[in-house]
Design a protein around this ligand. Structure first.
Ligand code: QAP
Ligand code: CO
Length: 199
């Protein structure tokens, strides 16, 4: 995996994590490369995390930093080519309410909503997707303790979008094939142009 070190974000983030944790794993924060559609690795089904340990927490820190830097409101481990069932979300205005989901599962409670979704793995494209309005979520937190919560609105959209990633599903799978193929062609073209530019 390729790491891009970002020292200015390190100090900011160190302050936040130190307040929350007894012991911060060693090593500096790192920005991770995000896979982009139609990369076939985004189709990998992630495996359950067997034990939440220091390595998991280091990965969570790097994922949060990568999400905040993008900036994005959600990131699944699949998107950084780590095929473990781990998700980070922060829909707060001030970007100071990280929600960590390890081995998340949900059940639909009720309703439907349409939301104009985007994705860090499909940069520059937004399309309306229909999902459940209200869900019940179970997951493990940063310490490996299980918790339960109800979500609706944007948070419910985000949770469903991110858990899709862990199953190899992208939001473009929920739109028409015509729109999906159009987005794919444009991204492939952009990727080729970037490769050429880098030589
Ligand atoms: C998933 O998506 C999501 O195209 C999280 O150029 C999105 O953080 C859940 C982003 C909408 C619910 C509603 C997308 C950043 C970020 C882009 C994101 C881009 C730069 C997407
Ligand atoms: Co996404």
């Amino acid at each position: 995996m390729q790491y891009k070190h970002n020292l200015s974000n390190f100090f900011l983030y160190f302050t936040i994590t130190n307040r929350q944790l007894d012991q911060q794993p060693t090593g500096i924060m790192a920005l991770l490369d995000i896979l982009e559609f139609p990369d076939p690795r985004l189709r990998t089904k992630a495996k359950a995390v067997a034990e939440v340990n220091a390595g998991t927490r280091k990965l969570l820190d790097d994922m949060l930093e990568t999400m905040y830097e993008a900036p994005g409101i959600g990131l699944a481990a699949t998107q950084i080519n780590v095929h473990q069932r781990i998700v980070v979300i922060d829909i707060s205005e001030d970007k100071n309410q990280p929600l960590i989901l390890i081995n998340p599962e949900y059940r639909i409670i009720e309703g439907e909503q349409d939301y104009e979704e985007g994705c860090l793995s499909v940069p520059g494209y937004y399309e309306s997707v229909t999902r459940a309005e209200k869900i019940q979520l179970n997951a493990l937190d940063r310490e490996g303790n299980s918790f339960e919560m109800e979500c609706n609105g944007l948070l419910a959209v985000c949770v469903q979008h991110e858990i899709d990633h862990l199953n190899g599903i992208l939001f473009v799978d929920h739109i028409s094939k015509l729109k999906r193929e159009r987005i794919k062609a444009k991204l492939v073209k952009a990727h080729k142009a970037e490769l050429k530019h880098r030589r």
